[in-house]
Design a protein around this ligand. Structure first.
Ligand SMILES: Cc1cc2nc3c(=O)[nH]c(=O)nc-3n(C[C@H](O)[C@H](O)[C@H](O)COP(=O)(O)OP(=O)(O)OC[C@H]3O[C@@H](n4cnc5c(N)ncnc54)[C@H](O)[C@@H]3O)c2cc1C
Length: 394
C-alpha cells in the first residue's frame, strides 16, 4: 500500500493549485486523484473572467493575491512555457440609480482602500473604452484596469505541470470511493485503483463535495446549479482591447467579454437551474433563455440587437447558501481539509486559494485569514452574503 504525506481529491483548477502549492511549500510526497482528467470538471466550463471587484472583502483579498499570480504566471511557476492565456483588457462595472448603486460605491471604495487601482469614469470615458455599449443610464461606473480574462483549463494544467515537476504524482481516471479514518482521524482513501494512505486529505471536489457528507456524515451545503453561456456574433467587433463589462443595470446582471473578433461571450450573473444530483454534462439551453438574454444584450449593446448565436454551452456552479466557498480544515475530522462551494467565481481565486489551503493542510498560518470561510458559518449564522445579494458577483 502506498503512503503519501497528503492526498488531493480532484484536479480542477483548485486541486491543481493546491497540489502545486503543497510542493512549493516543500511537501512533495503528494498524490492527486482525479476521476476524469485534469481540468475537465467544471473548470473546463468557465468564462474565465478575472477581477478583484467583490462586495465581500475576504474575496477581494483572495482575488488580489491571485491576480499577482495570473499577471506573471510563467515567472511565478518558473516555467517559461506556462501560460494562463491572459487578456488584460480591464473590467468595467456600472449601475444605474437603484438598489445596486450603493453596493457598487461601497465595493469600489473598499477596493481602493485595499490598494487596488480602480477609477471612476463618466459615461464618455466608459464609451471610449467600450464603444459598442451605451452608458447613458449609468449613475456610477468603476473601471479596474488590472483585470480581464484568462483560460481556466490552461491554468489548471499549468499548476498540474508545475506540481509534477516538483515531484507530485497525479493519477487520472481514478475515483476516490471512500475516506479512510483511523480513530476518527484521516488515514487515507479507498479508490477505484486500491487504497492509498495519508494523514492529510484535501478535498477539492466542487459539485461532488457532497460525497464528503456520505463519507463523514458532515453536511456539505452545496447545490449543483446549471448556468448557460452564449457566444453572440454581430457586425461590430468586441475586440480583446475592450474591457469585460458587468451590467448591474440589467435584470440578469449580465457579464460580457470579448470572445474574439465579432463575438461576445455573455451570461447572466443570477440564479440558474438547480440539478437534483452533481453532474456537469451539457444541458439544454431553452429558446426562452436565449431570447431573454438577447433582449438584455440588445438593450445595452445596440449593434448586437440582430446578433446571431455563434456557440453556447452550459456549466455547473457549486453553490453554497451565501454564494461563497467553504475553505479550511474540518475540525471534526482531523486531517481533512476542504475547498468547495465556489459558486461560479472560483477561477479568479484559484492561485491564492491553492496557497492558503496548502498552508492550512500543513498547519502553517494562512497568509490570508480564511476563518470567515469556515463551514461553521452555516451553523452560527455568520454568513458571507455579499452586498449585491445572492449571485456570483458576490
Ligand atoms: C459556466 C461557468 C462560468 C464560470 N465563469 C467564471 C468566471 O468568469 N470567473 C471565475 O472566477 N469563475 C468562473 N466560474 C467558476 C470557476 O470556473 C470554478 O469555480 C472553478 O473552475 C472550480 O474549480 P474546481 O477545481 O473547484 O472544480 P472542478 O473543475 O469541477 O474540479 C473538481 C474535480 O474533482 C474531481 N472529483 C470529484 N470527486 C472526485 C472523486 N471522488 N474522486 C476523484 N476525483 C473527483 C472531478 O472529476 C473534477 O475534475 C465559472 C463556472 C462555470 C460553470
Amino acid at each position: 500500500m502506498q503512503s503519501y504525506d497528503a492526498i488531493v481529491i480532484g484536479a480542477g483548477v483548485i486541486g491543481s493549485s493546491v497540489a502545486c502549492h503543497l510542493a512549493r511549500q516543500g511537501c512533495t510526497n503528494v498524490l492527486v486523484l482525479e476521476r476524469m482528467q485534469i481540468g475537465t470538471g467544471t473548470t473546463s466550463q468557465s468564462s474565465g473572467i478575472l477581477r478583484t471587484h467583490y462586495s465581500v472583502i475576504e474575496n477581494v483579498r483572495l482575488a488580489q493575491a491571485s491576480w499577482q499570480v495570473f499577471n506573471d504566471f510563467a515567472a511565478y511557476l518558473g516555467d517559461e512555457e506556462a501560460s494562463a492565456g491572459m487578456v488584460k483588457c480591464g473590467y468595467l462595472i456600472a449601475a444605474p440609480d437603484g438598489p445596486r448603486l450603493s453596493p457598487l460605491r461601497a465595493s469600489l471604495e473598499a477596493q481602493q482602500a485595499q490598494g487596488i487601482e480602480v477609477r471612476l469614469l463618466d459615461a464618455k470615458e466608459a464609451q471610449s473604452l467600450l464603444p459598442i455599449a451605451r452608458f447613458d443610464d449609468a449613475a456610477l461606473i468603476g473601471y479596474e484596469p488590472e483585470a480581464g480574462f484568462a483560460d481556466a483549463y490552461l491554468v489548471a494544467t499549468g499548476f498540474a505541470r508545475a506540481a509534477r515537476r516538483l515531484g507530485v504524482r497525479i493519477l487520472e481516471g481514478v475515483g476516490v470511493e471512500r475516506l479512510l479514518l483511523d480513530g476518527g482521524k484521516v488515514a487515507g482513501v479507498e479508490t477505484s485503483r486500491g487504497t492509498f494512505l495519508a494523514g492529510t486529505v484535501i478535498s477539492t471536489q466542487n459539485i461532488w463535495a457532497t460525497e464528503i457528507e456520505r463519507w463523514t456524515g458532515i453536511a456539505s451545503p452545496v447545490v449543483p446549479e446549471r448556468h448557460a453561456v452564449l457566444a453572440l456574433e454581430a457586425a461590430s467587433p468586441y475586440t480583446f482591447q475592450m474591457p469585460v463589462y458587468k451590467d448591474l443595470g440589467s435584470p440578469g446582471m449580465l457579464y460580457c467579454r470579448s470572445y474574439g473578433g465579432r463575438q461576445m461571450l455573455v451570461s447572466e450573473g443570477t440564479v440558474g437551474e438547480t440539478l437534483s444530483s452533481p453532474d456537469n454534462e451539457q444541458g439544454d439551453i431553452s429558446m426562452n433563455y436565449m431570447v431573454e438574454v438577447g433582449a438584455q444584450v440588445a438593450e445595452r449593446f445596440p449593434t448586437y440587437a440582430d446578433a446571431g448565436i455563434a456557440s453556447s454551452w452550459t456549466g455547473v456552479y457549486d453553490v453554497t447558501p451565501d454564494w461563497n466557498p467553504v475553505l479550511g480544515c474540518l475540525p471534526e475530522v482531523p486531517g481533512l481539509v476542504v475547498g468547495y462551494g465556489f459558486s461560479g467565481h472560483g477561477f479568479k481565486l484559484a492561485p491564492a486559494v491553492g496557497r492558503v489551503l496548502a498552508q492550512a493542510a500543513l498547519g502553517i498560518e494562512t497568509e490570508i485569514d480564511i476563518a470567515p470561510y469556515s463551514l461553521e458559518r452555516f451553523r452560527n449564522g455568520a454568513l458571507l452574503t455579499g452586498k449585491y445579494g445572492l449571485g456570483a458577483v458576490s
